[in-house]
Ligand binder design. Structure first.
Ligand code: SAM
Length: 258
């Protein structure tokens, strides 16, 4: 249905539906005004409450996308479902991407009973909360510098009854030194991977694991897995998430502390 409508208006089909709200990726050659008739039609046809457009790019610190309201009510707070969990979030105020769904599932299943876990860049809390519910760790320190991420993290802890998660509104690079040594650290911010590696590796217990989201640059013919393995001391597993731009890959590097 959405594809047919997109074709009718000659636009592309990148449309996300969250609860009763749709988000259309704004093509670089279109203005929001040009997309409004499409948005109105989408609203009526799918009986939605609201339709938004999303520009390319994100805020440098909070990683929040840039949006413009196109049709219906001006609501941007939604319920987002992932792997049987429900999360409340306002996508105009916190980082949100369905592309991390697989990683949330994979990483949260690695958490073990009694662990001390630190999530340095927790956003609205999906990975922290899934880790808490699935692995039964002692505690998950769930840090974010964006106050709205902290707010939704608190709300989502309660919604999912994930009370081993402690949301913290702080700069992870500062607060991590005040926390106990961890069995496991998540660092899901590829843009600051090298800085996160330096600080996180020192906050792990011996034998503890760092899951570092990183971006690696490769020359023609080079394997991103090999490049990432040799870049970070202690690396024992690399998963390639996606090709980010020519010659640059997003990867997750699993690293053991000495
Ligand atoms: C890529 S998003 C995290 C995604 C989140 N883990 C998820 O799965 O949805 C990166 C997050 O890091 C936060 N952030 C950026 N710099 C930070 C810092 N110095 N300390 C703590 N959080 C920071 C941003 O506010 C943003 O929510």
């Amino acid at each position: 249905m959405t594809r047919e409508l997109a074709r009718k208006y000659g636009t592309w089909q990148r449309i996300e539906i969250l609860s009763d709200v749709a988000i259309i990726g704004i093509p670089f050659d279109r203005t929001p005004e040009e997309l409004r008739p499409f948005a109105e039609d989408l609203l009526r046809t799918l009986r939605l409450r609201s339709v938004w457009g999303r520009y390319r790019g994100v805020d440098e610190v909070s990683r929040v996308g840039k949006y413009v309201h196109l049709a219906g009510e001006r609501v941007s707070e939604v319920i987002y479902k992932e792997h049987g969990f429900e999360f409340v979030l306002d996508f105009t105020k916190v980082f949100f991407s369905q592309k991390l769904m697989f990683e949330h599932d994979r990483l949260s299943r690695l958490v073990r009973e009694g662990e001390v876990v630190i999530n340095m860049f927790a956003g609205f809390g999906p990975l922290s909360i899934m880790s808490c519910k699935r692995g039964n760790p002692r505690v998950v320190y769930s840090i974010d510098i964006n106050p709205f991420a902290y707010y939704y993290n608190l709300v989502n802890v309660d919604l999912n009854r994930a009370y081993c998660v402690i949301p913290m509104w702080r700069d992870a690079f500062e607060v991590i030194n005040e926390l106990p040594e961890a069995d496991r650290i998540f660092a899901p911010l590829p843009e600051l991977a090298d800085k996160a590696y330096e600080i996180a590796i020192r906050r792990l217990k011996p034998g503890g694991t760092l899951h570092l989201f990183a971006q690696v640059e490769v020359k023609k013919g080079e394997d991103p897995v090999k490049v990432a393995m040799s870049k970070y001391r202690g690396a024992f597993f690399v998963r390639v998430v996606r090709s980010y731009k020519p010659g640059v890959y997003h990867v997750i590097v699993d690293i053991k502390a000495d």
